[in-house]
Design a protein around this ligand. Structure first.
Ligand SMILES: NC(=O)c1ccc[n+]([C@@H]2O[C@H](COP(=O)([O-])OP(=O)(O)OC[C@H]3O[C@@H](n4cnc5c(N)ncnc54)[C@H](O)[C@@H]3O)[C@@H](O)[C@H]2O)c1
Length: 254
């Protein structure tokens, strides 16, 4: 097993990529702390992990709220004694009622909220999670940014800024905490078939038109990302830190 007895916090694990990672990491022997702000989704993931013979608990968390993140870290440590893997996956995008528009048309409140959920969350989990990792000798932090951090687009400017911030902060944390045996890496997914992009993709699917055509000629699946995260979570990647993994079917290579 690639993650035998490791303790993994996965935020946004109630859906999409986070849920796929929870199920895969548990199959590989990790004990999972499922974090999501939607209890019904988080509990469902716990049930799925357990029905596969795995171990998981749910902690309701709004990752943009300091008190919630502190409770998440404390619960993980109180329950399992340590944190080996911190996977910052929660985020909001096109399925959110928050504006995914350009800067001119993005209300200030929506800008702040998107940055808070997608970027402040990473600061909070790092602020309260890293001391625990230092205490127990190290760990692996995985941050989900987006190809929006690598290429410009005409929309979703707050989202783009947040994801760019995640890539930059991942590198800085890798440099700062590498000597304490903490690795920090980023995944930049392309279009992945999850509820997040359904509002954009579903109408296209109905009309038979492709979305963001990549050389691989399909949308990514949550498992495509989960397998990348599994490598970064495992000791197989022990010499990998400060790196950005683009998993996009070749979209940005075009
Ligand atoms: N789907 C894509 O095409 C795509 C592309 C690039 C990057 N991403 C990123 O991948 C990550 C996972 O997204 P997904 O595609 O699985 O989408 P998803 O909508 O299926 O899952 C996101 C999960 O995050 C949770 N969440 C949202 N806000 C939260 C908050 N404040 N606190 C706690 N949980 C919260 C949601 O409840 C949901 O369970 C996100 O960070 C997203 O920005 C997605």
């Amino acid at each position: 097993m690639r993650l035998k007895d490791k303790i993994a916090i996965i935020t946004g694990a109630g859906s999409g990529q986070g849920r796929a990672a929870a199920i895969l990491f548990a199959k590989e022997g990790a004990k999972i702390v499922v974090s999501d702000w939607k209890p019904e989704l988080g509990e469902e993931t716990v049930t799925l992990v357990k029905s596969d013979g795995g171990q998981a608990i749910f902690v309701r968390t709004d990752v943009s709220e300091s008190a919630d993140v502190q409770k998440l870290i404390r619960t993980a440590v109180d329950t399992f004694g340590r944190i080996d893997i911190l996977y910052n996956n929660a985020g909001v995008g096109f399925s959110s009622p928050l504006s995914m528009s350009d800067v001119i048309n993005t209300p200030e409140a929506d800008w702040d909220r998107v940055i808070a959920i997608n970027l402040r969350s990473m600061y909070l989990t790092a602020k309260y999670g890293i001391p625990e990792m230092i205490r127990t000798g190290g760990g692996s932090i995985i941050n989900t940014a987006s190809i929006a951090a690598m290429i410009g687009s005409e929309a979703a400017h707050a989202y783009t800024a947040a994801k760019g911030g995640m890539v930059a902060l991942s590198r800085a944390l890798a440099v700062e905490f590498g000597p304490r045996n903490i690795r920090v890496n980023c995944i930049c997914p392309g279009a992945i078939d999850t509820p997040m992009i359904a509002p954009v993709v579903d109408p296209l699917k109905k009309s038979g038109r492709p979305f963001m055509t990549s050389p691989i000629r399909r949308l990514g699946t949550p498992d495509d990302i989960a397998y990348c995260a599994l490598y970064l979570a495992s000791d197989e990647s022990s010499f990998v830190t400060g790196a950005t993994f683009v998993v996009d079917g070749g979209y940005t290579a075009q």
